[in-house]
Design a protein around this ligand. Structure first.
Ligand SMILES: NC(=O)C1=CN([C@@H]2O[C@H](COP(=O)(O)OP(=O)(O)OC[C@H]3O[C@@H](n4cnc5c(N)ncnc54)[C@H](O)[C@@H]3O)[C@@H](O)[C@H]2O)C=CC1
Ligand SMILES: O=C(O)C1=N[C@H](C(=O)O)C[C@H](O)C1
Length: 269
């Protein structure tokens, strides 16, 4: 009989948290050993299944990451950057694989993940879907094939509760476009145009963010030149694609040496 890893889902009541819990339970490939929420949250101390509006699951929602992680082989974490940084240290102590889907990190917060990655396997991606990770590869190739006659613009759309912009996915796409061009994204990034901006600067990579309704996540990478445009597009219609990718990462990470990985590693892209 193969061993099924024990998994903790953090941010259990969140849009992704609930999707992840269902995905882990339905998969038959892993055990849900704990569900974590932030201190003071109304779900703490309740049965997870009942809190989600269904039958009891025999898992009590906790706000104690240390105790929960000690029982797990993997943590699947879609929360907020400050919490993910804290969880990285605790997951490293527990030697558990830490799958991070959270977006909106500052560079300083990303740097804080590095010590944890010396002791544990961290798999982090701003988007865990197969489709977006393929789009990242395509974007790098198209950007490498075209010169700066083609202006690169990244347009993303998300639901009205999203708190960070540009999205983690848009930043992944921008990074891939910059790598294809052989430039640093930070040198060419155009964000938040407003007012008298002047003409577009040749070679820049632009970002625009739409927020509205219940949009799950849509990303266009536009290569616009005089007389023609190429648009690479991904449209997510179901958060299950992210949850499936995250579970795949948690399983892939078992037994991998400590370090920082992404979904391209998991998917072999
Ligand atoms: N990488 C990917 O494929 C995807 C990433 N995301 C990202 O995942 C994150 C969460 O997204 P949503 O689920 O839509 O947000 P949400 O706001 O619905 O859920 C976040 C949950 O985290 C909980 N939380 C906050 N601090 C916590 C702490 N210290 N301990 C435990 N729980 C804590 C909140 O109470 C909330 O329930 C965002 O950064 C989003 O951009 C979302 C979808 C896909
Ligand atoms: O917050 C979301 O919802 C999503 N966040 C990720 C991002 O920032 O790109 C992934 C997906 O687009 C949904």
């Amino acid at each position: 009989m193969t061993h099924k890893p024990g998994i903790v889902v953090t941010g259990a009541s969140g849009r992704m948290g609930q999707m992840l819990i269902r995905t882990v339970i339905d998969s038959g490939q892993a055990h849900l050993v704990a569900a974590l929420e932030r201190p003071g949250h109304g779900w703490i101390g309740r049965d997870l299944g009942e809190a989600m509006g269904g039958a009891p699951l025999g898992v009590t929602v906790t706000d104690d990451p240390l105790e929960a992680f000690a029982r797990a082989q993997a943590i699947i974490d879609f929360t907020v950057p400050a919490a993910s940084v804290e969880f990285a240290q605790l997951a490293a102590q527990a030697r558990a694989v830490h799958v991070i889907g959270t977006t909106g990190f500052t560079q300083d917060q990303l740097d804080q993940l590095k010590p944890a990655a010396r002791h544990a396997t961290i798999i982090r991606a701003g988007n865990m879907s197969l489709g977006v990770n393929l789009l990242v590869q395509l974007t790098r190739r198209v950007a490498a094939a075209l010169d700066e006659d083609f202006d690169i613009e990244i347009v993303e759309a998300h639901h009205n509760q999203k708190v960070d912009a540009p999205s983690g996915t848009a930043l992944m796409l921008g990074q891939a476009a910059a790598e294809g061009r052989g430039v640093n994204l930070s040198d060419v990034s155009d964000r938040g145009r407003d007012g008298i901006t002047g003409p577009r600067q040749r070679g820049h990579i632009g970002f625009s963010a739409i927020r509205g309704g219940d949009i799950v996540g849509e990303h266009d990478v536009m290569f616009a030149a005089a007389g023609e445009r190429i648009i690479l597009r991904h449209v997510a219609t179901d958060r299950a694609i992210f949850a499936r990718g995250a579970l795949k990462a948690a399983l892939w990470g078992q037994g991998k040496p400590p370090g920082e990985y992404d979904m391209a590693d998991v998917l072999g892209l």
